[in-house]
Write a protein that binds this ligand. Structure first.
Ligand code: GDP
Ligand code: MG
Length: 203
C-alpha cells in the first residue's frame, strides 16, 4: 500500500523572477534534499495562452474563489474592492498571473514521492512571501506582498508555482508535459526512505 503513495506527483514551476534572481539551483536543492525524486524537467518560454490555460485548470470556480479571497483582503484593509463582482476580480488576477508567468523563461518540473503535493507546498510556503514563514522558499528568498503587488496592479511575485491538490496536479502536468517526457527510474535513496527493512529488498 505504501508503495503506491510513493508515486504521488506534483508540478513545480520556477517562475520568471526565480530564473532572473538566479535561484534555480537553490530552489531545486530544497525539494531534492527532502527526499523527493525529479522525474521531468523542462525550460519553457510560456505563451500567454499556455499560462492562461494553466491558471484556468480550476475553471470558473477558481475565478470566483480567488476573486472572493482578494475582495476579502480589500475589506480587511478597510478599502472597497474596485471590481463589481468576485469573478471580475478573479479575471483581473488571472490576467496578471498570465502576464507574470509568460514574462520570460520558466523551469517546469515534476517531483515524485510520498506526500509530494503537500510536502512541496510546505517547503514552498504560502502565496504571499511577506506573510509566510522563514525557512520556506518564498519566505527566505523574496520580499513581495499583496500591498506592493496591488499598488502596481500586478501579480504577486512569489518565485514558484506548486500544485495544490491531486486533481490540480494531474491537469497541470498534462499542460506542461507529454507522457514520454516523464522518466520512471529507481532512485537509490528509496532504499532508505521507503524500504521496510532497509535491506535493499522492496517489499
Ligand atoms: P498559490 O497556489 O499559493 O500560488 O496561490 P493560488 O493558487 O491561490 O493563486 C495563484 C496565484 O494567484 C498566486 O500565486 C498569486 O499570484 C495570485 N493570487 C492569489 N490570490 C490572490 C489575491 O488575493 N490577490 C492577488 N492580487 N493575487 C492573488
Ligand atoms: Mg495554486
Amino acid at each position: 500500500m505504501a508503495q503506491k503513495m510513493q508515486n504521488e506527483r506534483t508540478l513545480v514551476i520556477i517562475k520568471p523572477d526565480g530564473i532572473q534572481r538566479s535561484l534555480m539551483g537553490e530552489i531545486i536543492s530544497r525539494y531534492e534534499r527532502v527526499g523527493l525524486k525529479l522525474v521531468a524537467m523542462k525550460m519553457v518560454l510560456p505563451t500567454p495562452e499556455r499560462a492562461t490555460e494553466h491558471y484556468m485548470v480550476g475553471g470558473e470556480e477558481w475565478l470566483e474563489t480567488v476573486g472572493e479571497k482578494a475582495a476579502a483582503a480589500y475589506e480587511k484593509k478597510g478599502e472597497k474592492s474596485p471590481y463589481k463582482t468576485y469573478r471580475d476580480n478573479g479575471v483581473a488576477i488571472l490576467e496578471a498571473n498570465a502576464k507574470y508567468m509568460s514574462a520570460g523563461p520558466v523551469l517546469a518540473m515534476i517531483w515524485e514521492g510520498s506526500h509530494a503535493i503537500p510536502l512541496v507546498r510546505k517547503i514552498t510556503g504560502g502565496t504571499e512571501p511577506l506573510g509566510t514563514d522563514v525557512g520556506t522558499i518564498r519566505g527566505d528568498f523574496t520580499l513581495d506582498s499583496y500591498q506592493l503587488a496591488d499598488a502596481d496592479n500586478r501579480s504577486i511575485r512569489n518565485l514558484i508555482h506548486a500544485s495544490g491538490d491531486p486533481e490540480e496536479a494531474k491537469k497541470e502536468i498534462a499542460i506542461w508535459f507529454d507522457e514520454d517526457d516523464i522518466i520512471e527510474y529507481r532512485h537509490i535513496q528509496e532504499q532508505i526512505l521507503y524500504d521496510v527493512n532497509m535491506d535493499g529488498i522492496l517489499e
